[in-house]
Design a protein around this ligand. Sequence first.
Ligand code: GDP
Length: 528
Amino acid sequence: MSDVSQQALRRRTFAIISHPDAGKTTLTEKLLLFGGAIQMAGSVKGRKAARHATSDWMKLEQERGISVTSSVMQFPYDGRIVNLLDTPGHADFGEDTYRVLTAVDSALMVIDVAKGVEERTIKLMEVCRLRDTPIMTFINKLDREGKEPIELLDEVESVLGIQCAPVTWPIGMGKRLKGVVHLLTGEVHLYEQGRNFTRQDSTIFPSIDDPAFEARIGPKVLADLRDELELVQGASHPFELEKYLSGEQTPVFFGSAVNNFGVQLLLDFFVKHAPAPQPRATTTRDVDPTEDKLTGFVFKIQANMDPQHRDRVAFMRICSGKFTAGMKAFHVRTGKELKLANALTFMASDREIAETAYSGDVLGIHNHGTVSIGDSFSEGEPLIFTGIPNFAPELFRRARLRDPLKLKQLQKGLAQLSEEGATQFFRPLMSNDLILGAVGVLQFEVVAYRLKAEYGVDAIFEPVNVSTTRWIRCGNEKKLEEFRDKNASHLALDAADQLVYLAPTRVNLQLAQERAPDVEFLATREQA
Ligand code: GDP
């Protein structure tokens, strides 16, 4: 097997999806601990603590801070290389989250045992559905009282519409939590506070029939456990790898992230069964991760990671081949070679300059605005990866300057910030307005704040008569010209110079569509 194939097959690239407070940060930290990236784990915690202590505004920035430095975390485990891609926490950043989920091969869903399936989890699950992303489930906070495990499985099945296959099963919960049974190996792991850090540090019995186990928990608890396991095995689905890989079934684990409990069982199972990098669709063909030539796509841009240096990093998911430091890659959209100098990898405790990287890994590419979200890279083949959309924003504001002399900086700032993908920026054909579109209202505040902090521009955002947008596409040049002439007052260019229709009302949009049957009005812009 080639080096490239071998390395690709070792990779496990995933994201954690959960409702806020279910324990994503804590679990991330523990996974990193098990992966040996202890310093990194400490810093996740430190940042989070700092975030809680500060004002709302700073909280936002801190949150950004977290997603900046820990947006990709890589660690070796059990002969595999695990890449954990962070998803932004705030609900307003749904689009960003969506795009991160296009860059992973599987997901881990964290559920709070007391709260069950919550709203944001439902939304994230819908996104995973679109690509049949395989999902493992961790039911967290078993050290507290919560819903009955059987009831929770029912809830996941009925609300999320996915079959549950419990892999571990809790013995009690809250104060009565004694441990978990591994339903596939039969092993019992005892719950002991302040321990469970490694297998050596845990008390493990080979099965519930081990007399030492009975001696430890007593005949009454054991008899109840036997009854419960019989019930569970009758009422739930056995684990089936194929069903998990096709997104029909989710293996379920129980534990307590804050107590390290049940986490290693999850990680062991994850590296064994979670999918390695999968083939990816392009407009012309599917790209296999074991192909020798480097390909990848950009799913996220982060500008001004360090405001002093105005740096800007594009995050590229590698889809095939091998990256080596300093190599050149073909930037398909511009048709130019781009030297991938100083590309970053995200190994262990810090960002590092990449030496090599393979399918499933993420590279951070420094650039000055030439690279956009959705861009494809190759070694020459004009491949365009599909499925990394921009959504039509739902809220609009006109940017107004307090100091009109700063127009240039404002334009630059808005353009650069919109490249990060959270907001979109439109320039109407017929006026000098600068219109900003966002999916959530918080984003306008973020932009105003960052314009001031990073570009020295004092801007306010005022209401504007736009209620929705559509990207315009038309194969017929003449018809497009005609459409453009007739609708000029409603048309604008986005940051990538694509034509967009700005509709003041839904009715106006509907009429415009009816009057121009040859023109396509698209609610998402796939970057092609
Ligand atoms: P996130 O918002 O999903 O990232 O959640 P966090 O990891 O920040 O956790 C939210 C809160 O739940 C924090 O106060 C954690 O300490 C707490 N927490 C996390 N895991 C557990 C657990 O296993 N048991 C208990 N009792 N609390 C937990």
